[in-house]
Design a protein around this ligand. Structure first.
Ligand code: HEC
Ligand code: CU
Length: 317
């Protein structure tokens, strides 16, 4: 739409919407700035000292005029507010059918895991025309995952998950930047996003970045390796609650509060188990803070998520 070299290509569904808002704002600003400047210059020349322009009939009060210059700007700013809010929410709420890809930022690289098990560094392969939700976290300091061509940018924060979504509309390679100064290697924390046709993406998934194990099956392996399975038995006879069907459900805590078992909750349960203790259970779960890294944590979460789906599948039986 706008082929100005100052602007990166528009390669996502939100890109043209962001640009349209940007240029509309720019247009309004330029229009009013010009209007004010022309007025200032015109009147300073016309009414300069010694000019013969008539100064009679000067008004000191005009209600109509004041209403006009209050109501018009109010309508314009409220219009921008409504427009920008709609765009903001659309940009932050991923569509339900979005596919998840996990990203860990660390000094100074991006480590990316696909649910199918593929892993890559400083490269992100995505299919064309499919909404993708990135689930991001950091292993050390605050980073920021910025894809200019998609007009998406999200801080990546240690200790929690943030998300960012997009739907690519153009096959190609695009810049990926870290947009938060994160130490001496910040400038090298760059990469590329590769948008492929869906069938090419399928091929890529089974290519050399494939690990042969999906994230949730790697998670299942960790679940045994770290002994989670000894307390969390599927038939609920262990010392901990069964995790089947947990994901997305409400959990009653010892304090009487209820929380939704989302990714942050699962993560906290593993790293800081006593922070939220499940009702009727003893706080006997040890912390795994220093044993599990961010990438493994994401695999465990994918596994717990897959257990959530298992229940809905078995309900019909
Ligand atoms: C010594 C037994 C034990 C081990 C080992 C253990 N847990 Fe737990 N876990 C518990 C108990 C007891 C609770 C419930 C009390 C609480 O919330 O702390 C719990 C709670 C949880 C919850 C919240 C469950 C809910 O219903 O809300 C999750 C998720 C969880 N554990 C995951 C894990 C994972 C993953 C591992 C392995 C890395 C693990 N646990 C290892 C005993 C254990
Ligand atoms: Cu960074």
């Amino acid at each position: 739409m706008f082929n100005i070299p100052l602007f990166p290509t528009e390669a996502s569904t939100t890109a043209s919407r962001v640009d349209l808002l940007f240029f509309a704002l720019m247009g309004i600003i330029v229009f009013f700035t010009a209007l004010i400047f022309v007025g200032v210059i015109f009147f300073s020349i016309r009414y300069r000292q010694g000019s013969r322009a008539s100064r009679k009939g000067a008004t000191s009060e005009n209600l109509k005029l004041e209403l006009v210059w209050t109501i018009i700007p109010l309508c314009i700013t409220m219009g921008i507010f409504a427009w920008a809010s709609k765009l903001y929410f659309d940009m932050h709420v991923p569509p339900r059918d979005a596919m998840d890809i996990y990203v860990v930022g660390k000094q100074w690289m991006w480590y990316i895991q696909h649910p199918e098990g593929n892993r890559e560094i400083d490269e992100l392969h995505v299919p064309l025309g499919k909404p993708v939700r990135l689930i991001l976290t950091s292993q050390d300091v605050i980073h920021d995952f910025f894809i200019p061509a998609f007009r998406v940018k999200q801080d990546v924060i240690p200790g929690r998950y943030t998300t960012e979504w997009f739907e690519a509309t153009k096959v190609g390679e695009y810049h990926l930047f870290c947009a938060q100064y994160c130490g001496t290697g910040h400038a090298q924390m760059v990469g590329k996003v590769i948008v492929m046709q869906p069938w090419e993406y399928e091929q890529w998934l089974s290519g050399k970045s494939s690990t042969g194990a999906t994230m949730s099956s790697s998670g299942e392996q960790l679940f045994t390796q770290f002994g989670c399975v000894t307390c969390h038995k599927s038939d609920n006879t262990g010392r901990g609650p069964s995790l089947i069907g947990l994901f997305g459900q409400k959990v009653k805590l010892q304090t009487g509060q209820t929380v939704v078992a989302d990714m942050d909750y699962i993560r906290e349960s593993i790293l800081d188990p006593t922070a939220k203790v499940v009702a009727t259970y003893q706080p006997v779960m040890p912390t795994f803070k220093n044993q599990i890294d961010q990438a493994q944590l994401m695999q465990l979460i994918e596994y717990v998520k897959s257990l959530g789906k298992q229940q809905t599948a078995s309900k019909g039986k």
